[in-house]
Ligand binder design. Structure first.
Ligand SMILES: [Fe+2]
Length: 201
C-alpha cells in the first residue's frame, strides 16, 4: 500500500469528513460515498511548488471565516492551508458572455485531485474555486456529476433556476451535464467541488 504525503492525506481525510457531514441530498450522499471510497486508492503526486494568481491575495480573507462552531469545517480550512502552497492555481480558459467583466483576474481554480492536480488521476476530481468579491463565474457544464461544499457566502445557479445561497457549510448536487454558475457577493467566494468522473462499476 502506498501512502500519501502527510499534508495531502490530512486534507483528504478532512474533506471526506466535511462532505459526509454537510452533503445531505440522497444523490450527494451516494456520490460522495463512491467518491471517497475510490479515493482510498492513491494516485501519483506531483512534485514541486505550487503557483498563485493575483486573485489569491483574497485567500487570507476567504480562509478567515470562523467556522469554529463546526469542528469538521475548521479542520478542513486548516488542512487546506497546509496544501495550498503546493497547489497550482489556474484560470479557466473557456468562458462566454455570461462571465462578469472582471472574471479573468477575479477568479482562480485549483485541482487538488484530478487531471493536472496535486494528485494526478482521471477518475476523481476534487478542486476548489476562489472568486474575488462581485465576480460572476461563467455558465458551464460537464459530464461528471458533482457535489459542492461551500465555505463562504456566495450565490449559485443550476439550469435556469433562481440563484441561491448555500452559506458556509452549504452543499448541493449537480446532475451530469447540468448548466451551472456561481457569483460572489461582498466577500470572496470559496468552494470545493467533488466530481465522480468515472463511476465505479
Ligand atoms: Fe462544475
Amino acid at each position: 500500500m502506498s501512502l500519501r504525503e502527510e499534508r495531502l492525506q490530512l486534507f483528504l481525510g478532512a474533506a471526506s469528513l466535511a462532505f459526509d457531514r454537510f452533503a445531505k441530498a440522497p444523490e450527494s450522499r451516494r456520490s460522495i460515498g463512491q467518491f471517497f471510497a475510490a479515493l482510498e486508492q492513491p494516485g501519483i503526486m506531483r512534485a514541486g511548488e505550487g503557483s498563485r494568481l493575483p486573485v489569491c491575495a483574497q485567500l487570507d480573507v476567504a480562509l478567515a471565516a470562523d467556522p469554529s462552531y463546526d469542528l469538521s469545517l475548521a479542520r478542513l480550512i486548516e488542512a487546506f492551508k497546509g496544501i495550498e502552497p503546493m497547489l497550482e492555481w489556474r484560470r479557466r480558459t473557456k468562458y462566454d458572455h455570461t462571465a462578469g467583466d472582471n472574471f479573468v483576474d477575479g477568479h482562480a481554480n485549483a485541482m487538488i485531485v484530478g487531471p493536472g492536480g496535486l494528485e494526478e488521476r482521471n477518475d476523481l476530481w476534487l478542486g476548489v474555486t476562489l472568486l474575488a468579491p462581485h465576480v460572476r463565474y461563467p455558465d458551464h457544464e460537464h459530464a461528471p456529476e458533482e457535489v459542492y461544499l461551500v465555505l463562504s457566502e456566495g450565490e449559485f445557479q443550476q439550469g435556469e433556476g433562481d440563484w441561491f445561497s448555500p452559506g458556509i457549510g452549504g452543499s448541493f448536487y449537480n446532475i451530469p451535464g447540468i448548466k451551472h454558475a456561481m457569483r460572489s457577493v461582498d466577500t470572496p467566494l470559496f468552494a470545493f467541488w467533488a466530481l465522480l468522473a468515472e463511476r465505479p462499476h
